[in-house]
Ligand binder design. Structure first.
Ligand SMILES: NC(=O)c1ccc[n+]([C@@H]2O[C@H](COP(=O)([O-])OP(=O)(O)OC[C@H]3O[C@@H](n4cnc5c(N)ncnc54)[C@H](O)[C@@H]3O)[C@@H](O)[C@H]2O)c1
Ligand SMILES: O=c1ccn([C@@H]2O[C@H](COP(=O)(O)OP(=O)(O)O[C@H]3OC[C@](O)(CO)[C@H]3O)[C@@H](O)[C@H]2O)c(=O)[nH]1
Length: 386
């Protein structure tokens, strides 16, 4: 760790980071990276710590004096401002960010993604502290291309669907499509942060993740999360594969996504943390434009990869079509296609993603199989016995 330098050749000084939402999927990987590869300290704030337990215990771990867990709900805890004041940088990851919640719990979604983030922005601005805020690729909503006639040759032109931080519009559906409650709340907090930068000099960076996936993402229903819960697609499909049931394709599985391996994405965040002069004032897409599939192709690939890592053959009918109303309920809508433009992050931080989709699915599904296969077998045999 000695002699680490930033992208401009300057010595990197150890800093203290207040990481809100540190106990979640991204937070757990970021904490791991900061502990194992940097000298920085982390004040880890969350309501849960299961995903970072391995970093907190035992006290003999090499980084034991560099990470502290604070069980705090940022909705209503006066300790938050003190922690932000103690830190050089605040990273805010806290959010409700599973699509199944956006149309069924729209108020919680809006409060979580806008109202609860307000004090964080305010404390950073008032105390002259730097902020890295996690937004989402969903702020782009639908592509311009989605509104072109199905047979239009313009649909082949990247200008109509590649998503650019400083050019693309944010296109959401009507208000009764409550799916967009999340994207709209994220967009407004981005605008507020930008305005704090413009009017009050807040030093900020906004991150727009494009479907980061990997180990520890969400939960497996009935094992380490509620039986009726609906996580994001990686965990939904992992759950189906582990239980040997068909993978459910919402509205034909036609929506397209680009998936990036969490470990590649975390490299980008570390560059932002350690290169403030290059990252401040910017909004960055963080994704892998080379890993595009539609959801049906994702299901097929996951089925093949899971067979390989588990040694089990796939079931006779591997997928099942379901309507979005049946799966998510009233008010669901979808982003059609999400390809990140990489110009800004490339220019500012020289960062590029590395891992191909097949490879990231192989390491992720190996983890899912090792972590959950036995627990699922036991849970399923109990259900059969009852
Ligand atoms: N994973 C992705 O691909 C992705 C994509 C787009 C945007 N994002 C954004 O990145 C951030 C992190 O996402 P994630 O995938 O790690 O989600 P996650 O749900 O795993 O992590 C969020 C964490 O925030 C915590 N949290 C929520 N409300 C809180 C509160 N009031 N007080 C304290 N802690 C609270 C949760 O307990 C959880 O541990 C979110 O802001 C999300 O919108 C993620
Ligand atoms: O069993 C399932 C689950 C989902 N789908 C479809 O897969 C697409 C992707 O779904 P998911 O990963 O759950 O979420 P989104 O990509 O739509 O949204 C996320 O993007 C970033 C973030 O902001 C945070 O992670 C979040 O909002 C989608 O088309 C589902 O309908 C399926 O077919 N079967």
């Amino acid at each position: 760790m000695a002699g680490r330098v930033d992208l401009d050749g300057n010595q990197i000084k150890p800093i203290t980071i207040c990481m809100i939402g540190a106990g979640g999927f991204i937070g757990s990987h970021l904490c791991e990276k900061l502990m194992s590869e940097t000298p920085h300290k982390v004040l880890a704030v969350d309501v849960y710590n299961d995903k970072i337990k391995h970093l907190l215990e035992p006290a003999t771990l090499a980084w034991a004096d560099r990470i502290q867990f604070h069980r705090i709900n940022i909705k209503n805890d006066s300790r938050l401002e003190g922690l932000i004041k103690m830190a050089d940088l605040t990273i805010n990851l806290a959010a409700i960010c599973t699509p199944a919640d956006y149309n069924t719990r729209p108020l919680d979604t809006i409060y979580s993604n806008f109202i609860d983030a307000l004090p964080v922005v305010k404390y950073c601005s008032e105390n002259g502290k730097r902020l890295i805020h996690f937004s989402t690729c969903e702020v782009y909503g639908k592509t311009i291309g989605a509104f072109l006639p199905k047979d239009s040759p313009l649909r082949q032109d990247p200008a109509y669907y590649v998503l650019k931080e400083d050019e693309s519009p944010c296109i959401f559906g009507p208000i009764e499509k409550q799916r967009w409650s999340y994207a709209c709340a994220k967009q407004l907090i981005e605008r507020l942060i930008y305005a704090e930068g413009a009017e009050n000099g807040l030093e900020f960076t906004i991150v727009r993740p494009f479907n980061w996936i990997g180990p520890r993402m969400d939960f497996i229903p009935g094992i380490d999360g509620p039986s009726e819960g609906v996580p994001r697609v990686l965990a939904c499909f992992s759950n189906n594969l582990l239980r040997r049931e068909p993978l459910k394709l919402v509205d034909g599985g036609e929506s397209q996504r680009t998936f990036i391996y969490i470990k590649d994405a975390i490299e980008a965040i570390l560059l932002m943390i350690e290169n403030p002069a290059r990252a401040n004032g910017h909004t960055f897409n963080v994704g892998n434009p080379n890993n595009e599939v539609n959801v049906r192709q994702l299901a097929e690939m996951m089925t093949q990869v899971y067979s390989k890592v588990s040694g089990e053959s796939s079931i006779e009918t591997p997928t099942l079509d379901v309507s979005s109303k049946e799966f998510y309920g009233e008010g669901y809508d979808d982003s059609d296609k999400r390809i990140p433009d990489m110009t800004i992050i490339n220019k500012q931080l020289g960062w590029n993603p590395k891992t191909a989709l097949w490879d990231l699915l192989e390491s992720t599904l190996t983890y899912q199989h090792r972590t959950y296969a036995e627990a699922i077998k036991q849970a399923m045999s109990k259900t059969t016995a009852n």
